[in-house]
Write a protein that binds this ligand. Structure first.
Ligand code: MG
Length: 347
């Protein structure tokens, strides 16, 4: 029997262990992986940095492919999602978003009416984010080779070169903050696809994190915020494991503190999914100096988007590289890096 050919599966794109394998495969032979000692492709942060000699600021770049289907979903659409995803990744690096590039790949047969709605939403969200769209490309593919359309973006921002925010920069004793309820985006999309009646008023959380970031600008500049990440594919389980691994410490999460809507819990139960693994598109995780955590939480809670923010846990030295959950019933269990739920086209 010949060995079956190894192929790419949907789960390779789902933000878990298999996706890390795929990224390793793709990046293993790149000869130059960063510039001037900045954050590069192997760091897998939300963006890369390009330090500039003789300047007190550095460029931040982020690249993103947006494949969500259907194009219009409860609470958002492909255009809004594309800008939010890109701008939020820049913000998570402590950068001020400046500009982005936009590539649009369209399936033959898509109506101009639908394209117009997506582009209008894309442009409006970019305006809200005060980010310029400075170049782009369009391609049309034959009918059947792509469903409707996809968009890809590259975001460019600037940050002060004294800012240390990075996935490997968590410190022991840090408090972990989440800026609102988890799992809304992935759950709202899946519920819509599965046609579950319970989903009637659950919307995606897709949103710009600008107001939240503005409220804590001082803390970002003073480096009392050690890391930030938007828990998209792989959910908070993926993001926290990534942090624990790269910072070589453990993260203890208090189950009772983690905000999850009842609808999200119910739908995830029905579909056999874990809300900790489900994508958010308008939430941030922060790892904060414990002496400033309450103050940071107050500021986030004073924003419209951050009302539901909570301190959900802290970092420790025991069990390095692991994420542990203190459960409501009293036990402790590991939260593992998700393998990768094969849920296609949610972001
Ligand atoms: Mg991100």
């Amino acid at each position: 029997m010949p060995t079956p050919k190894k192929i790419i599966r949907l789960a390779h794109g789902a933000g878990g262990i298999l996706q890390e394998e795929l990224i390793d495969f793709i990046t293993k032979d790149i000869s130059h992986k960063n510039i001037n000692g900045g954050i590069g492709v192997l760091d897998l942060d939300d963006g890369a940095t390009m330090p500039l000699h003789n300047y007190d600021q550095e460029f931040v770049f982020t690249a993103d492919g947006h494949t969500v289907y259907p194009l219009f979903f409860p609470g958002g659409d492909l255009g809004k999602l594309s800008i939010c995803g890109t701008v939020n990744d820049l913000l998570m690096m402590g950068a001020k978003p400046l500009a982005l590039t936009s590539n649009i790949i369209i399936e033959e047969g898509l109506s101009f009416e639908i394209l117009d709605k997506i582009i209008t939403s894309f442009n409006q969200t970019a305006e809200e984010a005060q980010i310029a769209i400075i170049c782009g490309d369009t391609k049309v593919m034959p009918k059947g080779s792509l469903q409707d359309m996809i968009m890809t973006t590259t975001g460019i921002g600037l940050r002060k070169n004294t800012i240390k925010i990075e996935d490997k920069n968590l410190k022991i004793g840090d408090k972990i903050i989440i800026t609102g309820p988890i799992g809304d985006h992935g759950t709202a999309l899946m519920a819509k696809r599965e046609g579950l009646n319970i989903s009637t008023n659950l919307d995606s959380d897709v949103a710009l994190l600008l107001e939240i970031i503005k409220s804590i600008e001082n803390e970002i500049n003073n480096n009392v915020i050690h890391a930030m990440k938007d828990p998209t594919r792989g959910g908070i389980a993926g993001a926290l494991n990534h942090w624990a691994n790269k910072s070589n410490l453990s993260i203890f999460i208090e189950e009772e503190k983690v905000p999850i809507r009842n609808q999200v819990k119910a739908i995830c139960d029905m579909l056999g999914l874990d809300p900790y693994n489900i994508a958010c598109e308008g939430r941030a995780l922060l790892s904060v100096d414990p002496n400033h955590a309450e103050e940071v939480l107050d500021k986030i809670q004073s924003t419209k988007l951050g009302k539901g923010a909570q301190i959900i846990g802290e970092t420790k030295s025991e069990n390095p590289k692991r994420v542990l959950l203190n459960t409501i019933v009293g036990g402790t269990r590991f939260i593992d890096m998700p393998l990768g739920e094969p849920i296609p086209r949610i972001c």
